[in-house]
Design a protein around this ligand. Structure first.
Ligand SMILES: C[S@@+](CC[C@H](N)C(=O)[O-])C[C@H]1O[C@@H](n2cnc3c(N)ncnc32)[C@H](O)[C@@H]1O
Length: 217
């Protein structure tokens, strides 16, 4: 029987990408392009982590961004991508380590709906498990490591700020900002700038609602 917990399994994604060539989670670039493209330049080195079969990288390419790396732990997806879009770089890697990516090598790390896939087995949004918090710390510290000084992490998500902002605040090496888009269902763009000091007003506002996302482990 199908359940959301399958989204946390690599074998599920490998099987899905045997046939799936194009599927966009949450929203396509056109809905949030106005928020993200002013944040970087045409020659920025951009990593789309947990890229899946999203067309965001291809749409950025069409807009003139030519230094794009697609990263996913599904070997099937990466091999298909290399054949179909050889003008972009494709790296098979787990976003909890990014072990196959060089330190300080990207201006921008972009993710959409992959953190949600990794947290899908969580039982309560108010009480994250130790394992969820470990995963988040590993993901965020890996992203920080591969970002250049002053690089930015962009996360497009349906997770509401009172849950996601305290989680992002676990990483002490970046500042956090938030934008919103969508007409009926609202989505969020979280922007974290490596090396910037914390936005205290935002931190104060969001770290007291769902405090468990900030608890020590
Ligand atoms: C929900 S899809 C999102 C795909 C794409 N970002 C989008 O917005 O359409 C999650 C993707 O993350 C990948 N993924 C899940 N866990 C991962 C991990 N730990 N490391 C790397 N990729 C992962 C899956 O293979 C899948 O392609």
């Amino acid at each position: 029987m199908e359940s959301n917990s399958q989204y946390a399994r690599m074998d599920y994604w490998d099987e899905r990408f045997q046939t799936e060539k194009n599927f966009e989670w949450l929203s396509g670039l056109n809905a949030f392009q106005h928020i993200i493209t002013p944040l970087f330049s045409k020659d920025s080195r951009i990593a789309h982590i947990g890229c899946g079969s999203s067309q965001v990288s291809m749409q950025l390419w069409e807009l003139g961004y030519r230094n794009i790396t697609n990263i996913d732990y599904s070997q099937v997806l990466i091999e298909n991508g290399r054949l179909e879009y050889p003008n972009m770089e494709w790296i098979s890697d787990d976003i909890t380590t990014l072990i196959n990516c060089e330190s300080s090598s990207f201006d921008v790390v972009f993710e959409k709906a992959t953190i949600e896939a990794i947290l899908v087995t969580e039982k309560s949004a108010w009480e994250p498990s130790d394992s969820a918090l470990h995963n988040l710390e590993n993901i965020f510290s890996s992203i920080c490591r591969v970002l250049k000084p002053n690089g930015i992490f962009i996360s497009v998500s349906f997770t509401q700020p009172h849950f996601r902002i305290p989680a992002l605040l676990r990483e002490k090496n970046w500042s956090v900002e938030m934008f919103e888009f969508g007409d009926t269902f609202h989505y969020y763009v979280y922007v974290c700038r490596k090396g910037n000091s914390l936005n205290k007003e935002l931190a104060d506002r969001y770290s007291s609602i769902a405090k468990s996302w900030l608890r020590p482990i």
